[in-house]
Write a protein of this length. Structure first.
Length: 282
């Protein structure tokens, strides 16, 4: 039976370390969260971030714009926050509401790279590529952090990442490569994906399809990290991995919920602290 990786506990430890540092700082780090429209899921995330900031001694501001606020108003808000000294990190909750004329790329590009705590700006993405970065994107960095906590070292291991999105799959594969893993990335056009997955010593799934990873695809003793956050037919939160069967084959496994999700939030706090230091706060 696999060891279940306790993302909640590791996230708590990470946030406690951030709180310890902010307690000693003369100026508090600050995070601004922008939410456009009234998507209930985004609201839940934003509330969670506010709570995390309180726990970590981080000042936070929230801006809720109506769904029809428009690109110009959103960019003006970002410009104002870029100029605000009490704000070190700016996060715009994505996706922006459908059916309006928003340009997400322009929004991402507009955030000052030194305040880009999501690490989505091409300047930061490029720096990650060459291994010289200030911030790492929260979810892939959270995965690496979990592996470190459980002394899972990707060096020399066959690592398989399912999914190639800009926010998870691609940066995840880069981080594993930096840590000397031999990395294969699978996506919707990968033929015989099951055979590739079967070779993985470390499998990271970020597809968004419940049950896409089953026990027969997993090499005995593999580490299985499930990034996905899906709803099953009963409306319950679940990952990509068939947890019940795969835990009997894997050596380590993350649950959903309680695995990668809490770490994503904890890394956001860490990145905000890093941004504050970059801005000379101490
Ligand atoms: P995304 O942008 O939709 O990307 C999904 C990826 O999966 C794409 O690269 C896609 O391939 C690939 N894919 C789709 N069907 C596939 C199949 N049948 N076989 C193999 N690959 C397939 O999603 P995302 O934003 O990366 O998120 C992925 C999952 O992680 C979602 O469940 C999301 O909710 C979750 N997530 C969790 C956290 C967290 O904090 N835990 C954070 C972010 C995301 P193509 O590129 O070919 O289309």
């Amino acid at each position: 039976m696999a060891t279940i990786i306790d993302g909640k506990a590791v996230a708590q430890k990470t946030k406690a370390a951030v709180a310890e540092e902010t307690k000693r700082m003369s100026q508090r780090p600050g995070l601004a969260v922008i939410i456009v429209g009234d998507d209930p899921a985004s609201r839940v995330y934003v509330n969670g971030k506010r709570k995390d900031c309180e726990e970590c001694g981080i000042y936070s501001e929230e801006y809720t714009l109506p769904a029809d606020a428009g690109q110009k108003a959103l960019l003006e808000l970002i410009d104002a926050l870029n100029a605000q000294d009490n704000i070190d990190g700016i996060l715009c909750q994505l996706p922006l509401p459908a059916g309006y004329d928003y340009d997400e790329k322009e929004v991402i590009y507009r955030i000052d790279p030194s305040k880009d705590v999501d690490a989505f700006h091409p300047f930061n993405v490029g720096r990650i590529m060459i291994g010289d970065y200030d911030f790492l994107p929260c979810t892939p960095a959270g995965v690496m952090h979990l592996m470190d906590e459980y002394q899972i070292n990707p060096e020399g291991k066959r690592c398989v990442v399912l999914g190639r999105s800009n926010i998870v799959g691609k940066p995840q594969s880069m981080l594993l490569l930096h840590r000397h893993g031999t990395v294969t990335v699978c996506h919707s056009r990968t033929p015989n994906m099951e055979e590739v997955v079967r070779e993985a010593d470390i499998l990271i799934s970020a597809v968004g399809k419940p049950g896409i990873v089953t026990a027969d695809m997993v090499k005995p003793g593999a580490v299985v990290i499930d990034v996905a956050m899906n709803r099953n037919e009963a409306g319950k939160l679940c990952g990509d991995v068939d947890f019940e069967s795969v835990q009997k084959v894997a050596s380590y496994i993350t649950p959903v919920p309680g695995g990668v999700g809490p770490m994503t939030r904890a890394v956001l706090m860490k990145n905000t602290l890093t941004a504050a230091k970059l801005h000379g706060k101490h």
